[in-house]
Design a protein around this ligand. Structure first.
Ligand code: C2O
Ligand code: CU
Length: 485
């Protein structure tokens, strides 16, 4: 079947995934996730993260190299730790501008959240900064800077963080696939401008070269007939993928690292920062399956899975679920209501004219690394930085520690926005447009004019960012924070 007729047969994406879910997930195992039975690990994991410019051959071995930024010798490196281990990370900034590390999706204390001026001072060139926390959840996460993100992430500054310890039965393989586009001049290998006024006002400025794990679509040998865990991360600042598998059965087992009762993958929209864990039944020896992005007019191959070795015995595809996480369950009865409207800015505000005093928060307003001087987008009619404020803008909402909040996220624009909340893993309850499975996430894609209802327990105090993860939208206003006291 061609890709187009496959799409037609699916009848339009997520609606089908949802419907399949509602009428039974297609698997024999019960929907309730099993509890963890093994004790968490202990001890410390030391990470030395030297943020610096390095050279990478993103265009191929014979082509000019690109001056990427990375945290070590390996671009988009994958760090694996065990649930229970304490991360002790040292950032050594050898870049020409300040930076910091945001641990995306990790439910850790606010002072470790890595947002310059909001949760920590920026780490200046030549400075070091330590982070220390114990991730409370297993899953697929990543970390990246939080100022000048369009350029720093655009140059490659991000690593994957996998917290192991969520499997009930080990899969036959566990592979990480990081999707990212690069804006490179194909003649010289140099970076192109990371943002354009036109892109920032619309669906973002797309890369010129796509990559998976920093290279062309890989061919992965997988144990024939085995159950393979594929962890996908969209580390791009702009592109939304529509992930599907051809030639093999596939199930979703986790969303943004959060386990779900396995359900059949039809296709899944993966916006910036979103993760998806799949189990794919590997093809027989000598056969192939393909991981695809169907979003583009011409479907794009992301990876080929080649079955190799002795075929595993034939059996029904019924993937083992992951264990239940420790994310607090929102208590919807009596919950407080919030609403966030994501919209375009009605008037174009220009650069801040703020007198710099010795207040670091006022300085943040003048620090062009942390927000662009153009305002294209707003949350609840406010843009960050909010026009003439001489301090951090007011929080979008004031929350009380320990309470459950139900929030309606409404997209008043004709563009998609992957909306990310720091610190709290939220439950996606429903959409006004699509049959979405109820699931936990830290980033949710708002399609044009869509309203999505989420709920979460504000269980840790602090100033927690909420923003669009389409980075040009974030940096031109679609960013704010919630104050939990
Ligand atoms: Cu992945 Cu506030 O970011
Ligand atoms: Cu957006």
């Amino acid at each position: 079947m061609s890709c187009l007729s496959r799409r037609a047969a699916l009848g339009g994406g997520l609606a089908v995934a949802g419907a399949a879910l509602l009428s039974g997930r297609g698997f024999a195992r019960p929907a309730a996730l099993p509890p963890r039975t093994t004790a968490p690990a202990t001890g410390e994991r030391r990470l030395s993260l030297v943020a610096a410019e390095r050279s990478a051959r993103l265009l191929g071995p014979e082509r000019p190299a690109t001056p990427v930024w990375s945290y070590g010798e390996n671009l988009l490196d994958v760090v694996r730790i065990r649930l229970g281990e304490t991360v002790v990370a040292e950032l050594d900034n050898r870049l020409p501008e300040h930076t910091a590390i945001h641990w995306h999706g990790l439910r850790i204390p606010n002072d470790q959240d890595g947002v310059p001026y909001v949760t920590q001072p920026p780490v200046k060139p030549g400075e070091r900064h330590g982070y220390r926390f114990t991730p409370p959840d297993a899953g697929t996460f990543f970390f990246h800077p939080h100022c000048d993100t369009v350029a720093q992430l655009g140059r490659g500054l991000a690593n994957v963080l996998i917290v192991e310890g969520d499997e009930t039965a080990p899969y036959d393989a566990d592979l990480m696939l990081t999707l990212k586009d690069w804006r490179i001049d194909e003649q010289t290998g140099a970076f192109l401008a990371f943002s354009t006024p036109r892109g920032a006002l619309r669906a973002g400025t797309f890369g010129t070269v796509r990559s998976v794990n920093g290279g062309p679509a890989p061919r992965l040998s997988v144990p024939a007939g085995g159950d393979v865990r594929l962890r996908l991360l969209n580390a791009d600042s702009t592109r939304v993928g529509d992930i599907g598998v051809e030639g093999a059965e596939a199930a979703v087992i986790a969303i943004d690292g959060n386990p779900v009762a396995p359900f059949s993958l039809k296709d899944w929209r993966l916006g910036s920062a979103m993760r998806l864990d799949l189990v794919v039944r590997a093809p027989a020896a000598g056969k192939e399956a393909r991981l695809m992005d169907f979003f583009a007019a011409e479907p794009v191959l992301l990876a080929t899975l080649a079955g190799e070795g002795e075929d595993r015995p034939r059996r029904a595809f019924d993937p083992a679920p992951l264990t239940r996480s420790a994310v607090p369950e929102p208590k919807l009865k009596g919950a407080e209501r919030l609403s966030f409207a994501f919209a375009t800015a009605s008037t174009r505000k220009t650069a801040l004219a703020v007198a710099a005093d010795d207040d670091p928060l006022a300085a943040a307003m003048l620090d062009s690394l942390c927000a662009a001087t153009t305002t294209n987008w707003t949350i609840n009619r406010e843009a960050w930085p909010a026009g003439d404020h001489s301090r951090l803008p007011k929080p979008l909402a004031l929350l009380r520690t320990g309470r459950t909040y139900v929030a309606e996220l409404s997209n008043e624009t004709p563009h998609v926005h992957p909306i990310h909340l720091h610190g709290f893993t939220f439950k996606v309850l429903k959409s006004s447009k699509r049959a979405l499975p109820v699931h936990f996430a830290d980033t949710v894609l708002l399609t044009p004019k869509e309203r999505i209802t989420i709920a979460f327990v504000a269980d840790r105090p602090g100033d927690w960012m909420i923003h669009c993860h389409l980075i040009e939208h974030q940096e031109t206003g679609m960013m704010g924070y919630l104050k939990v006291v």
